[in-house]
Design a protein around this ligand. Structure first.
Ligand SMILES: C[S@@+](CC[C@H](N)C(=O)[O-])C[C@H]1O[C@@H](n2cnc3c(N)ncnc32)[C@H](O)[C@@H]1O
Length: 274
């Protein structure tokens, strides 16, 4: 791993993550032998609006039965959802060995280990053949990757001709200081924000054809406002993203919300075709 990726991996690292999730499930008297995907939905989708937005994104194309690659797959929730609800075969690649270990173990616990596969590696250097996936999926990952050309270039390379590239991401909306910590970076040195137009230019130069894009900023603001109010009233959830973001969860979420409200950052999802 290069020195920057090591720092990013350390930012996300949570020792004993899988075991902590098990303990938190047991503390809620959830029988691990009957564990449902929904029991872990609060923690296994690490992006604004969790499982709800992933389902919306999946429905923007005919994804049924497709072979999907999730670039920066985290704990694997989106891959399990695609396997379970859309009969996809889903592979995830992530920088964090601890996230990959947890993703594979969670898939086994919910009986999806034959349809979801997680490996450690860099999304900027994919260990896959050209033209090998029907769908490339990525959510809230490129902000950690300085070389956007490589990241989107790899997505394009491994996607089959006619296949779809689906993204849901955080972009810079206008110039101005960004305050950290953010959920993806405890300090500015780990963050590489670009504008959505810059991404569009890179991917269109690679040969991707734009099919649709959706602003997700307003729904993201509503989600955070209600989440932070709930945390204030009832305390942190028993199994939420606080498990991944630790003690700085509230400052990370408050910062992100403030930047969305001020119009410095924005959320957008979209679909391209190769
Ligand atoms: C905010 S999380 C999103 C995880 C997942 N996409 C989701 O939405 O649940 C960002 C993820 O990107 C991963 N990541 C960051 N840089 C990466 C890289 N160069 N290659 C692969 N994964 C990377 C991190 O380890 C982390 O799991």
């Amino acid at each position: 791993m290069n020195p920057l990726d090591q720092k990013i991996e350390a930012h996300y690292h949570k020792e004993g993550l899988f075991e902590e999730i098990l303990t938190r499930l047991e503390n809620q008297n959830i029988d691990l032998k009957r564990l449902q995907r929904t029991d872990i939905a609060g923690v296994d989708e690490f992006h604004v609006r969790g499982a709800a937005v992933s389902k919306e994104l999946a429905k923007t194309i005919d994804i049924e039965g497709k072979k999907v690659l999730d670039m920066g797959s985290g704990l694997g929730g989106p891959c399990r959802m695609l396997a379970d609800e859309f009969n996809c075969t889903a592979t995830g690649i992530d920088l964090s060995p601890e996230f990959v270990r947890t993703a594979n173990a969670l898939s086994k616990l919910v009986g999806l280990e034959d349809k979801t596969f997680f490996i450690q590696g860099s999304a900027a250097q994919l260990p896959f053949e050209d033209n090998s996936f029907d769908v490339i999926w990525t959510q809230h990952v490129q902000m950690n990757i300085p070389d956007k050309q490589k990241f989107y270039g790899e997505a394009h390379r491994v996607l089959k001709s006619g296949g779809h590239f689906l993204y849901y991401d955080i972009f810079r909306k206008k110039d101005g200081d960004i305050l950290y910590p953010m959920p993806w970076a405890s300090e500015e040195a780990l963050s590489f924000l670009i504008k959505n137009d810059e991404m569009a230019q890179i991917v269109e130069n690679l040969g991707f054809k734009p099919l649709s894009k959706t602003s997700q900023t307003e729904t993201g603001i509503e989600f955070f406002t209600s989440l932070l109010a709930k945390v204030k009233q009832y305390g942190p959830p028993k199994l939420g993203l606080n498990v991944l973001m630790g003690e700085s969860t509230v400052s990370k979420l408050t910062n992100l919300l403030a930047h969305l409200e001020k119009g410095l950052l924005m959320l957008e999802s979209g679909v391209y075709q190769k």
